[in-house]
Ligand binder design. Structure first.
Ligand code: C2O
Ligand code: CU
Ligand code: CU
Length: 488
């Protein structure tokens, strides 16, 4: 058998666009030799906490009609300063990495036209969005180079933190890795009631890993070498804060890496998860926030009363570094006092009821590792011409999702599960209570090797074909994706 280092370093999966994806991708989350590659001369010289964390720009609508906000956005290459003092070629939404944030309101439609100025096909998926099938960015619904496509988002779902990213089949991992990811926030019609921090105190934060070569180019290679953590696109930045409460919306925008974040001694209330606010805030001071790739968590972090000049670290417990070491990834610098008399109410937004389920399904994620790794769901790789699950519109179903990769020839392999079209509730994990991160409405969850999880979802409103998949995007790129069709 190949030793792991060899395995991680030398093989590749051929992808549709001619891009090579790393076989090492499969074992993300497994111990691996510590990465040695420096982040490049400029990044190394500058040292940690030398750049400020940017907040992604907000995209303004080009027009507003009665109930619709109309946006235009280009998908285009851009050379950007990610590491200090060096330009990196990226694939972007609107020329920034992270792309521009779209701030929608519950009940107001968004109509957005994307023009693809890349030399290759791309598309856009609103992750966590409850949208019609022809606006979902199905992997086969591509925008050709030079063309445009219009997506319609009704925003008829509870206010929450979504994100948008490329989903073009076989290329999604590479496109997202090179920059095509951004926030899409829906403000709930009820949200004013909770007096949550807003405007400059409501900050989306996307955290992900990356590997750079000595010239600052992004390398989409083996996961253990992705040794730079980017926070809103900059390595180990600092962020000046006022001594008050902040709403921080964290997204793990890695294609593979699982994060385990911790705010140290700062008071932290969890107020929401993927699909919106929780019924009540949960005190998570001092606890870890494990986030699978694509997962979000909505927090109120309290800097009130902290002296000007004090500093706090957001840390991550590394999973590709071999020794599970804890490393700081973002520093908060308290640089001003502030008045903030608000507090998070004891009750937030009630969750929708759980109607009785009428259908049970079993879904199993695994790899075929006999040759080049092939991602499978229920033993088959993704086939756009095949419908794997036919679901009646309006039905409530329970899905039992299993990670079958417990004892492969390369050891256990981590997966995650993401469902399009609707949010679900986690009922239990192998008969035991859900994890803290499973609370509320969810669309993306970790699926550790050999475990299974039961989730319940209602498939309302729309007809047509949607996908579900492992959100370790190298895995879905390699076939770990299924297709469902909602029918009348
Ligand atoms: Cu975040 Cu199928 O996507
Ligand atoms: Cu999605
Ligand atoms: Cu997977």
């Amino acid at each position: 058998m190949l030793n792991r280092r060899h395995f991680l370093g030398l093989s590749g999966i051929a992808a549709g666009t001619g891009v090579l994806l790393p076989v090492g991708a499969l074992t993300a989350g497994q111990p691996a030799p510590p990465a040695q590659a420096p982040p490049g001369p400029a990044g190394r010289a500058a040292g940690p906490f030398s750049v400020r964390m940017p907040v992604p720009p907000t995209l303004g609508p080009v027009a507003r009609t009665g109930d619709t906000d109309i946006y235009h956005l280009d998908i285009l290459p851009a050379d950007l300063e990610l590491l200090p003092g060096v330009l990196t070629s990226c694939l972007t939404f609107g020329g920034s990495f992270v792309g521009p944030t779209i701030r929608a309101r519950e009940g107001r439609r968004v109509q957005i036209t994307y023009r693809n100025r890349l030399p290759e096909a791309a598309n856009v998926h609103l992750h966590g969005g409850h949208v019609p099938a022809d606006s979902d960015g199905h992997p086969m619904q591509l925008i050709d180079p030079g063309s445009e496509r219009r997506y319609e988002y009704p925003n008829r779902q509870p206010g929450t933190t979504l994100w948008y990213h490329d989903h073009s089949h076989h290329a999604e991992a590479d496109h997202v890795y090179r920059g095509m990811h951004a926030f899409y926030l829906i403000e709930g019609a009820d949200e004013h009631r909770y007096h949550l921090p807003r405007d400059e105190y409501d900050v989306p934060i996307a955290i992900r890993d990356a590997q750079f070569d000595a010239d600052g180019r992004l390398v989409h290679g083996d996961p253990p070498n992705r040794n730079v953590i980017l926070v809103n696109g900059r390595p180990k930045p600092y962020f000046p804060v006022a001594a008050r409460r902040y709403r921080l919306r964290l997204l793990n925008s890695s294609t593979l890496r699982f994060l385990k974040l911790n705010f140290g001694p700062l008071p932290v209330l969890q107020i929401g998860s993927d699909g919106g606010l929780l019924p009540a805030p949960i005190d998570r001071t001092g606890t870890d926030f494990p986030l699978a790739a694509g997962e979000r968590v909505d927090l109120v972090v309290d800097f009130s009363g902290q002296p000007v000049g004090s500093r706090f670290m957001l840390t991550n417990q590394g999973q590709f570094t071999g020794n599970d070491q804890i490393e700081p990834v973002l520093r908060f610098d308290v640089n001003r006092t502030a008045r903030d008399s608000g507090r998070v109410p004891d009750r937030l937004r009630p969750l929708p009821g759980l109607p009785p389920a009428t259908v049970n399904r079993e879904v199993k994620l695994s790899f075929d590792l006999t040759g080049q790794p092939i991602g499978l769901i229920d033993g088959r790789p993704f086939d756009a011409d095949r419908v794997d699950q036919r679901i009646r519109r309006g039905a409530t179903e329970i899905w039992t999702i299993t990670n079958g990769d417990v004892a492969t020839k390369y050891g256990p392999i981590q997966h995650s599960f993401h469902l399009h079209m609707t949010q679900f509730r986690v009922l239990d994990r192998d008969g035991r209570p859900p994890l803290p991160g499973d609370a509320g409405l969810k669309d993306t969850i970790p699926l550790p090797p050999g475990t299974s999880v039961r989730v319940q979802a209602t498939f309302a409103d729309y007809l047509g074909r949607y996908v579900y998949h492992c959100h370790m995007l190298e895995h879905s790129s390699a076939g770990m994706m299924g297709q469902m069709e909602i029918v009348d």
